[in-house]
Design a protein around this ligand. Structure first.
Ligand SMILES: CC(C)(COP(=O)(O)OP(=O)(O)OC[C@H]1O[C@@H](n2cnc3c(N)ncnc32)[C@H](O)[C@@H]1OP(=O)(O)O)[C@@H](O)C(=O)NCCC(=O)NCCS
Length: 151
């Protein structure tokens, strides 16, 4: 297992040039789906007033990510990912803490997140960080064809 000093990991907002590496990280973490278009997701979320993508960098390499945002009521995260070769060393905790801080800095006091059915392993991770399961059914509807054009 490669060595990594978690104290030397820094978090920053993603930049345009991170797109390829981010998509590769999400691919290897099993987060991309054919019905989503990750580059559009990145362009839509990055550096916006109500959303951003945070990346953790170690020795100049992106090793973790979280897309964070809020809808004027609750905060949420997507694409929470840690490099598979560097799991269990605090990267997930670090990037989630950065996402929580991002939300708190904007006055948001609650974070809701979705875990895909079947991704049971990850619920243990979120539980460790203090998240609990809600009695809700998540519903969704496609409002326009995808990928849409990003201004
Ligand atoms: C989820 C994920 C980001 C966790 O990253 P990580 O760097 O391994 O997590 P950390 O090392 O920071 O773990 C933080 C804590 O959670 C615990 N934890 C991590 N994975 C866990 C699991 N599957 N079950 C129970 N606890 C877990 C760790 O033991 C650690 O606890 P500790 O600080 O008390 O020792 C990583 O496994 C991942 O990228 N998974 C694939 C992508 C994914 O499913 N993302 C979430 C989509 S909703």
């Amino acid at each position: 297992m490669p060595h990594m000093d978690i104290e030397s990991v820094s978090v920053r907002p993603a930049r345009d040039e991170d797109q390829r590496v981010l998509v590769a990280l999400w691919d290897v973490c099993g987060l991309t789906r054919p019905w989503n278009h990750a580059p559009s997701d990145i362009a839509f979320a990055c550096g916006r007033p109500h959303s951003d993508i945070l990346v953790a960098e170690y020795e100049g390499r992106i090793v973790a990510s979280a897309m964070v945002g809020h809808d004027g009521h609750r905060g949420t995260v997507y694409y929470v990912a840690a490099d598979p070769a560097l799991r269990g060393r605090g990267l997930g905790r670090l990037i989630m803490r950065a996402a929580e801080d991002w939300l708190v800095a904007r006055g948001v006091w609650k974070l809701n997140l979705m875990v895909r059915r079947g991704n049971d392993a990850v619920t243990g991770f979120y539980a460790t960080l203090g998240y609990g399961e809600d009695e809700v059914t998540v519903m969704s509807k496609r409002l326009q064809p995808m990928p849409h054009v990003i201004a």
